[in-house]
Design a binder for this molecule. Sequence first.
Ligand SMILES: [Zn+2]
Length: 242
Amino acid sequence: MEYGKTSLIEYFLRIFFPPRCICCDCVLCVDTTEFVCDGCRKDIPHISRHLFVNPAGDSISNIYCAFDYEKGVRKAIHHLKFNDRPGNAKILVDMSYPLIEEYFAGVPAQLCSANSHDIAVPVPIHSKRKRERGYNQSELIARSIAKKLNIPVIAGALVKIKNTPPQSSLAKDERFKNLEGAFYVKKPYLIEGKRVLLIDDVITTGSTLEQCGKVLLDSGAVCVDAFVIAVRRKLWPADGEI
Ligand SMILES: [Zn+2]
């Protein structure tokens, strides 16, 4: 195999910084084009439906989701959030998009539908947590999906003003209360009149999306849809799927 100049540089970079499986973090072959090792590929938790309603409220019209929050995808999102793997965001979007693309194009006529979103808005994290982590994983996901949809990302309009305990540390009925008053639209002029695609990594009870959707609608958004990489349905009521 011959390497061009760029490929050669890339090849040597890969010797020192080898590609790793986004799920188990094992080292992959230096010339691989894959992002997941053979062992983890069978652990990607595909789901049969990719369109959901939010069990936590009615601020969000449609939720598009690619995977179950299990096995390999759960590990990849964990590495993204807690093990300094920001590159996992783009890879997870690249894996998700072919699965949900038809839903973006195929939802029946509603206000938010059929490639009609004007802007992508990431679910914000508190500034203190962003300083600790170095990035907001939802913003990285938003940048990748927005590029595919050819819409701008508006990252500074919706902010988190309360540094709340992690939702994962709370019981289901405490999660909604934990987020009351946590989100605020700082720049409503960027939201007013827009069809918003809200972006997050995981939906668990739907409380975060609902609280964000509410303040976006209060600030004049025409409608709000959401895109998430994975759904953790263990805490969902049986009718949370459409
Ligand atoms: Zn692996």
